[in-house]
Design a protein around this ligand. Structure first.
Ligand SMILES: [Zn+2]
Length: 410
């Protein structure tokens, strides 16, 4: 198999990323034993605290093994010429650019999904099961995997085919057309996520009439927030963990509450969580996130357009016949350090948005029910109350509980 310098650059990137992430995990794990700040003393009792530490340790070990496995597998695949082998196999079936690319990605993704299945199973049924979080039945697990794969096949395959079609028909400018297409797609998914995607996996029912709905509506009216869609989702079907989220905008905007959230929190706490979500909307975080992802997509596609025609990029993953699909994989691997940096910026932004949404809830509703709801949710999910700052900086899209409480009390 031919190898060029970029081939070794990719290997170096993969190994460095693994080591850097494991180092962060290690730093974080060293703090599992820390004594809790006084503000958090009432989150767990002694028993629960011990349980939360064991849960963190179990996840830490699991990550070490599953990430290690995936690194070894990827490196072996590269070094032993796996991409070249799949490329040849694909070419023996079809030489048409689009079906060839679909088949190439299809085989690789199917293979990696299959190898990831035991890990996903272990995580859901052994780790989450042991700590009492898991409510997923084997049949839900299986149907989730099948539906997820089909969805990726349809949406991912469709986008890939469109991508290549633009590349073939518009040459160098393909990235602009693709940018527009991705933009429309992101917008569409944002708008209709709850209407089209969620029903494939969950049942959503409008929040029933009653005092909770009345409190929510009273609050929404007070802050001038037009709210027609409040839905309850059957999150309890999969896990005991609770959540609430906001989706869509304009007439499609809706708030979705997990049934687990409604069971675990009292009315004031639910309204406080909702006030936080309304804060995201009012402070235009939804739109900001949308623009940020549009912007990064545009930059990525533009850079891709500069490199896609270089045979070196295909050769970088050991594929000797240059092609769009091989270059796409090579580019994705070479670009991953930049994606990581973009991820850091997005996480930083997201943590700031969380503070702003908390402040909105504090100003328009109250701080103390939000504090108690955050504590309850952290307790229920056995959250890490003492994460390492470096770990937070890289991985957390939400500030750690202690920072949110301090900000809410300020
Ligand atoms: Zn938030």
């Amino acid at each position: 198999m031919e190898k060029n310098t970029l081939f070794y650059v990719i290997l170096a990137i993969l190994v460095t990323q693994y080591l850097a992430h494991q180092f962060l995990e290690y730093l974080n794990a060293k703090r599992f034993q820390s004594t809790l700040p006084p503000e958090l003393a009432d989150v767990f009792d002694e028993n629960e605290y011990r349980k939360s530490q064991q849960y963190k340790r179990a996840n830490y070990k699991f990550g070490l093994i599953s990430d290690g496995f995936s690194l070894v597998l990827t490196v072996c695949f590269l070094v032993l010429g796996g991409f070249e082998w799949v490329d040849r196999l694909t070419r023996s079936i079809t030489e048409d650019t689009i079906p060839m690319a679909l088949l190439f990605f299809g085989i690789i993704m199917f293979g990696s999904a299959l190898l990831g299945l035991p890990f996903s199973y272990y995580k859901t049924f052994v780790i989450e099961g042991e700590y009492g979080f898991n409510k997923t039945t084997k049949s839900t697990f299986l149907s989730d995997k099948i539906k997820g794969t089909l969805l990726t096949l349809v949406l991912g395959g469709g986008m890939l085919a469109l991508f290549i079609l633009f590349y073939i028909s518009t040459g160098r400018n393909f990235w602009i057309y693709m940018w527009v297409a991705v933009g429309v797609f992101i917008l569409f998914i944002n708008l209709f996520y709850s209407r089209l995607i969620v029903p494939l996996f969950n049942k959503q029912t409008p929040l029933e009439e009653g005092s909770l709905k009345k409190s929510i509506e009273d609050y929404a009216k007070k802050v001038g927030f037009e709210l027609q869609n409040i839905f309850v989702i059957d999150g309890s079907k999969r896990s005991t963990k609770a959540n609430a989220y906001f989706s869509g905008f304009g007439k499609e905007k809706r708030i979705t509450l997990f049934d687990t959230l409604i069971n675990d929190l009292n009315e004031d706490e639910i309204v406080a969580v909702l006030a936080h979500e309304v804060g995201h909307y009012k402070r235009k975080h939804i739109i900001a996130n949308l623009f940020a992802s549009l912007f990064t997509t545009g930059v990525t596609l533009f850079i891709l357009s500069l490199f896609i025609n270089h045979p070196e990029i295909s050769l970088a993953i050991g594929v000797s016949t240059p092609s769009f699909h091989a270059a796409l994989v090579g580019f994705a691997l070479l670009y991953s350090p930049i994606s990581e940096i973009t991820g850091l910026i997005m996480n930083y932004l997201s943590r700031r948005f969380e503070f702003q949404a908390d402040n909105f809830a504090k100003r328009t509703f109250a701080a103390s029910p939000l504090i108690s709801s955050l504590k309850k949710l952290s307790k229920k999910s056995l959250s890490n109350l003492t994460p390492h700052p470096a770990y937070v900086f890289v991985h957390y899209s939400h500030p750690p509980l202690i920072e949110r409480i301090r900000n809410l009390k300020a």
